[in-house]
Design a protein around this ligand. Sequence first.
Ligand code: SAM
Length: 194
Amino acid sequence: MVPILDEMEAYASLNNIPIMQKDGIAFLEEYIRKNHVYKILEIGAAIGYSSIRMANISEKIKVVTVERDENRYKEALSNIKKANKEKQITLYHMDAFDLELEEEFDLIFIDAAKSQYIRFFEKFKKNLKQNGTIISDNLSFHGLVETDKESESRNVRGLVRKLRNYISFLKDNEEFETTFVTTGDGIGITKYKK
Ligand SMILES: C[S@@+](CC[C@H](N)C(=O)[O-])C[C@H]1O[C@@H](n2cnc3c(N)ncnc32)[C@H](O)[C@@H]1O
């Protein structure tokens, strides 16, 4: 393991920053390697952990990522520098809904506000290459999405409902088809229908 990644995992755990779970990130890395993914758009950088791990796979990989929280953005900037990945990772400090991109990507990785997944999907699908993939993380939301047991927190209940709506949106989509895997916190792998 690269030392900076160890440090980032410890920092995230200490400061309650939700970075990808170990088996989730391993799945993503494997997917990138196997499917010749070179251009990646990530929605939700946090402190730059997953973007650095994706960029570490190959020097040919370019990642564009966005973070709206100022402290996390600054931390991500510093981590990207420490990891010497400035040439491969472009980090924007803004709300993803204000980010206008013309380019197309092999992979769009959605890992930001769970309540907004349908909006992220609708906004960025125009940036997906015809044979590209949209990967969405946290579809299981710590197992709460699949269970009938209601959470006591109104906020959590709202998020779970929105994630269920997103899953239905993916399942019923006429343009795209999605495979769901239980790895990590639940991942959706979406591609254009053939
Ligand atoms: C789960 S974390 C990202 C973790 C990161 N992908 C990793 O695994 O290292 C989600 C991040 O998305 C950011 N976020 C949420 N909604 C956003 C939005 N609309 N625009 C930009 N960033 C957003 C949050 O501030 C948070 O830091």
